[in-house]
Design a protein around this ligand. Structure first.
Ligand SMILES: Cc1cc2nc3c(=O)[nH]c(=O)nc-3n(C[C@H](O)[C@H](O)[C@H](O)COP(=O)(O)OP(=O)(O)OC[C@H]3O[C@@H](n4cnc5c(N)ncnc54)[C@H](O)[C@@H]3O)c2cc1C
Length: 505
């Protein structure tokens, strides 16, 4: 029979909530009392793998969580430093017998968890790990042979089949743990929630805010008004066409089961109640959104089964790409000074708001890796430091897809034309105008190619190229051909060597 504990610790990491929380649910079932703990990691917080937006989001989320736990008469035990040492000290102080936590597929987290688990066990504590961050765990959706999928479409088919046939995992409410939380006095004094500044990060009111935009209302708002138009609106950065849930899903301020079940319920309701055509349209749109949540699971299982993608391209041939060394181009890309309005507006959105629209992420990633022929690792790192939703699996997956170095990636000859992308997805220039004041007065015809305006008109409209707004740093036709040549050469070199493709698409 499974052991019972007078007290258990729940070690929170990317699951900063009390409902739909698998480890907390099991801890509460098997213990008389539970203590929620989070351990701050100063080297990580001060290091180059995180940036201000995600640090602020996590600290805000911890503050909200502490407030909730205090309202329940308990507290968030906020610890700092040596994970195992801190958890062992807290466990001894509270007479806990076990530590429960939700697994993380990031290879550095796996290494940490192995080490912490070993030390906890050596110190006499039981340790229990659960799958929580993803809807289906890395080994739940695999091929008949047992091999993991490396291509999205069959993965999704199998994911859907499992979703339709297997019993849905329960979504425990906060009530499952509410009566079990250890009183605050028994936890003792614990440290204040730090400010981002304490770890060298500047806070900003423009970054996604955990406390202000409560995840559940964001989900409800999206399901009420955005989800049924998702397939079209999702590509238009000027529209609120996507859920903006990504920082919440990253920090775990909302559980993935809550999100998936709410979307599936809406899809099923739409299919039953509306007219046939409308029902089909709604169901199609919600299905498209569910497909993005499946991409999230897909990249997580890819990282779990192929941890090497964290530091090298999935496709062997990509190791042969002769990247250009272009620090000036990279700096212009980072700052939003490439002279291509949609690229610059996207980077300004990232730099100022700590979030970027998905279509724009694809455009800027294509621009950096193809137009500037820069190694995708540089862009991946920059995103990591500037996104509130920065997540190794999704970020690496997105970059390797865009750079054509990943599994099931964009084919290497797909080089986005940034002007055409702007014209297609921001047709009247609403988005670029909102981000770049110098373009504010330009008519739609020129807003994505301001260099085509006659010099006299440039002066009249306050957008003199080279003065108010840069000229394109690279010519599109030249850059496209260079990318095709260089990527093509890498492919032939690889094919000559052992026949491996650059991309399977
Ligand atoms: C180069 C590049 C880098 C990216 N880096 C990240 C990252 O660090 N963190 C991150 O969460 N997403 C990343 N994405 C995926 C995607 O851009 C964001 O998840 C999405 O823009 C978040 O906005 P949303 O919450 O409104 O998404 P919605 O469209 O409402 O989608 C709902 C949720 O599905 C998930 N999702 C959506 N698209 C993807 C995708 N392509 N891959 C994986 N999950 C997805 C997210 O959790 C998202 O919140 C990246 C994409 C690219 C092309």
């Amino acid at each position: 029979m499974a052991s019972r504990y007078p007290v258990s610790l729940v070690w929170l990491r990317r699951d900063l909530r009390l409902d739909d929380h698998v480890a907390l649910f099991h801890a509460a079932r098997r213990s008389d009392r539970v203590v929620c703990a989070f351990v701050l990691d100063p080297p990580l917080l001060r290091g180059s793998r995180v940036g201000a937006p995600i640090v602020q989001f996590f600290f805000d989320s911890l503050r909200v969580l502490r407030k909730r736990l205090r309202a329940l008469g308990s507290d968030l035990a906020l610890l700092e430093g040596d994970f195992a040492g801190e958890l062992i000290a807290l466990a001894r102080r509270t007479n806990a017998g076990a530590v429960f936590y939700n697994a993380d597929y990031d290879p550095s987290a796996i290494a940490r968890d192995l080490q912490v688990t070993q030390r906890l066990r050596n110190a006499g504590f039981d340790v229990h790990a659960f799958t929580d961050h993803v809807y289906f765990g890395a080994d739940d959706v695999v091929q008949d042979s047992g091999k993991p999928y490396t291509v999205y479409t069959p993965y999704r088919r199998r994911w859907n089949a499992r979703f339709e046939t297997a019993p849905h995992p329960p979504v425990p409410s906060e009530a499952a743990a509410r009566d079990k939380v250890l009183p605050r006095e028994a936890i003792g004094a614990t440290r204040e929630i730090p400010r981002p500044e304490d770890f060298g990060h500047a806070s900003s009111a423009a970054y996604p805010r955990a406390g202000l935009t409560d995840a559940h209302s964001l989900l409800q708002q999206f399901l009420d008004s955005g989800a049924t138009d998702y397939a079209g609106a999702r590509n238009i950065p000027a529209l609120p066409g996507t859920s903006r849930l990504s920082p919440h899903l990253r920090a775990g301020t909302i559980g993935i089961r809550t999100v998936v079940h709410a979307a599936a319920r809406l899809r099923d309701r739409a299919a039953q109640h509306d007219g046939a055509r409308e029902a089909h349209r709604c169901a199609y749109n919600i299905e498209a959104w569910l497909g993005e949540l499946v991409w999230r699971d897909f990249y997580q299982q890819l990282l779990a089964h192929h941890p090497r993608v964290a530091h090298e391209p999935f496709a062997e041939a990509a190791k042969e790409i002769a990247y250009a060394h272009d620090p000036a181009g990279y700096a212009a890309w980072c700052d939003g000074r490439t002279g291509y309005p949609i690229v610059d507006a996207a980077m300004i959105q990232l730099n100022t708001m700590g979030w970027m629209h998905n279509r724009l992420r694809m455009i800027v990633a294509s621009f950096l890796t193809k137009h500037l022929l820069t190694d995708y690792h540089d862009g991946e790192r920059y995103f990591e430091q500037h996104l509130a939703d920065a997540d190794l699996a999704a970020n690496n997956g997105g970059w390797q897809w865009s750079a054509s170095t990943g599994t099931d990636a964009a084919p290497y000859f797909r080089v986005f034309n940034p002007t055409l992308q702007g014209k297609t997805f921001d047709p009247d220039g609403t988005f670029v105008r909102a981000m770049i004041p110098a373009l504010r007065n330009l008519p739609p015809k020129y807003v994505h190619e301001p260099w085509k305006l006659a010099p006299l008109l440039q002066a009249e409209l306050g957008c003199v190229i080279g003065r108010h707004y840069p000229a394109p740093i690279v010519d599109h036709a030249f850059a496209r051909q260079r990318a095709l040549d260089v990527y093509g050469a890498a492919m032939s070199k690889m094919r000559r060597r052992d026949g491996g493709p650059l991309s399977r698409s």
